[in-house]
Design a protein around this ligand. Structure first.
Ligand code: 4AD
Ligand code: MG
Length: 455
């Protein structure tokens, strides 16, 4: 059977009078004054709705007046321009068909529902305004990622989800097993886990294609129950050969700016919605990011500033600031929100708190690492120049004991290695930042966090 309906998206793309059209979708709202009725129809093809008008004179008035919120419907009628109304046009109904009724226990009722409640009804929440906007922006943002890198000649690499290495060495892997009693002698004959990062695998491809990226799901068994941590999240991981930390930061900055612009241009209705209902000021914030060069600051300088802040009476939850500490979100946020008032590259961290693959600086104490910190959120990007010197890397890996199984990774330094750098953007965190949504659980279609796996 042919789908003869026209989409609401098409109607808005070319607003004009149209005779006898068919639309289909779901009822968002239905009210009537006894004389005339209005249905707000949503068909999912764009953020905007279509207003349907039906009059008491029509033979189907009583029937349509009963259509409940959420029901699937088909409407026929004439599209009429309404230059004096908030919406550009409306559909004057000539006939209607109820395609799918809604049972009385439908959880989404008119009253405003909380995000917590909707998380529990994750299979229904894409039907709400907020999640319609969030998940459409998520889709648009994903294309933006590919566009940015593909336009610049980066090759997209599908790195594996099942792996034998803990790329970050942080011990937060999920083990993959078919036989719980003997995971080592199981399917792969060695311990296998879900990937925490595609970086190591993608580095090998950078040594062949120069500029590459991977973009896919990653998994971390972090028990941190925060609004910013998920145990399954998407990461964008570019890797650039013949590039140092400055090249890395240049790429991060242009990528983030490109993606913000990409969404603002393509999703103006959604962004207006976030501005009005979710995070007032979010558009100004993003515009400010576009207009300002990102600042750079040494970790050591950051520590000094935080210590001064404490001396001057600023109270952090953790006031014990010392060189060598891993900064907490509150410290990162102080630097980006209070000091810099904008995005901040914090660079050259103590080597003890960063991953083994980062390049050691000449001071012997720090590594060429970079975190991009943003107001309201803290870290959204982590990257580094990679250790390209075989002996230094081997010594480090031997020390932490992860050489076995990663000989191939070391060999990259032996077989035509070169300086190279890369970074990882938390896709969900970036989406939080752009939409102003404050909990990562509300940016993922079916969020996974510890003790939460309903769907
Ligand atoms: O800083 P991370 O751990 O860096 C890496 O994984 C490197 N291999 C990246 C690279 O250089 N190729 O993670 C990168 C980003 C973080 O900045 C954060 O935005 C996001 O991934 N991230 C998380 N997002 C949601 N939930 C979590 N549990 C996350 N852990 C990291
Ligand atoms: Mg990090």
């Amino acid at each position: 059977m042919q789908d003869k309906a026209i989409s609401i998206r098409e109607l808005y793309a070319e607003p004009k009078e149209r005779k006898d059209i068919i639309v289909e979708g779901w009822v968002r709202n239905n009210r009537n004054s006894g004389k005339v009725g209005f249905v707000t129809l949503h068909d999912g093809t764009c953020f905007k709705n279509l207003q349907i008008v039906y009059s008491a004179d029509s033979p189907f008035f009583a029937e349509v007046a009963k259509y409940k919120m959420g029901s699937a419907v088909e409407f026929h009628g004439d599209l009429v321009l309404t230059p004096n109304m908030p919406q550009p046009f409306e559909l004057h109904l000539s006939s209607a068909k109820l395609l799918g009724d809604v049972a009385d226990d439908y959880p989404l009722q008119k009253k405003k529902t909380s995000f917590e409640f909707l998380r529990d009804e994750a299979y229904l929440r894409p039907r709400t305004n907020t999640f319609d906007a969030v998940f459409r922006v998520r889709s648009v943002l994903a294309l933006g990622v590919h566009t940015f890198f593909q336009d610049r000649g980066f090759v997209y690499v599908h790195t594996p989800e099942i792996t034998a290495n803990d790329a970050e060495g942080a011990g937060q892997t999920f083990t993959v097993i078919t036989n719980a009693k003997d995971p080592i002698n199981d399917f792969y004959g060695r311990r296998a886990s879900l990937t925490v990062s595609g970086q190591l695998h993608v580095e090998a491809f950078a040594m062949a294609f120069k500029d590459v990226y991977t973009f896919g799901p990653t998994f971390r068994a972090e028990k941190s129950n925060t609004p910013r941590h998920a145990s399954e999240f998407w990461m964008i991981e570019p890797e650039l050969a013949f590039a140092d930390l400055d090249d890395d930061m240049e790429c991060i900055e242009s990528c983030i700016k490109f993606l913000i612009r990409w969404v603002m241009e393509r999703c103006p209705d959604e962004m207006d919605f976030f501005e009005r209902w979710i995070a007032p000021g979010v558009k100004t914030k993003l515009q400010h990011v576009l207009d300002t060069p990102f600042r750079k600051m040494e970790y050591t300088e950051g520590i000094r500033i935080l210590q001064d802040a404490v001396k001057n009476g600023h109270k952090f939850d953790n006031n014990n600031i010392y060189w060598g500490m891993d900064l907490q979100s509150e410290h990162e946020r102080y630097l980006t929100e209070q000091v810099v008032k904008g995005p901040l590259f914090l660079i050259n961290y103590p080597k003890e708190i960063k991953a083994f693959y980062m390049r050691e600086n000449d001071d012997g104490k720090t590594v060429a690492a970079v975190d991009l910190l943003v107001p309201g959120e803290g870290e959204i990007v982590g990257g580094s120049q990679r250790e390209e010197r075989y002996d230094i890397l081997k010594a480090k890996m031997d020390k932490i004991g992860n050489t076995k199984g990663l000989e191939w990774y070391l060999n990259l330094r032996k077989y035509g290695g070169c300086i190279h750098s890369g970074f990882g953007i938390g896709f969900d965190r970036l989406l939080m930042y752009i939409t102003g949504i404050s909990n990562i659980r509300d940016t993922e279609p079916y969020p996974r966090t510890s003790s939460a796996l309903k769907y």
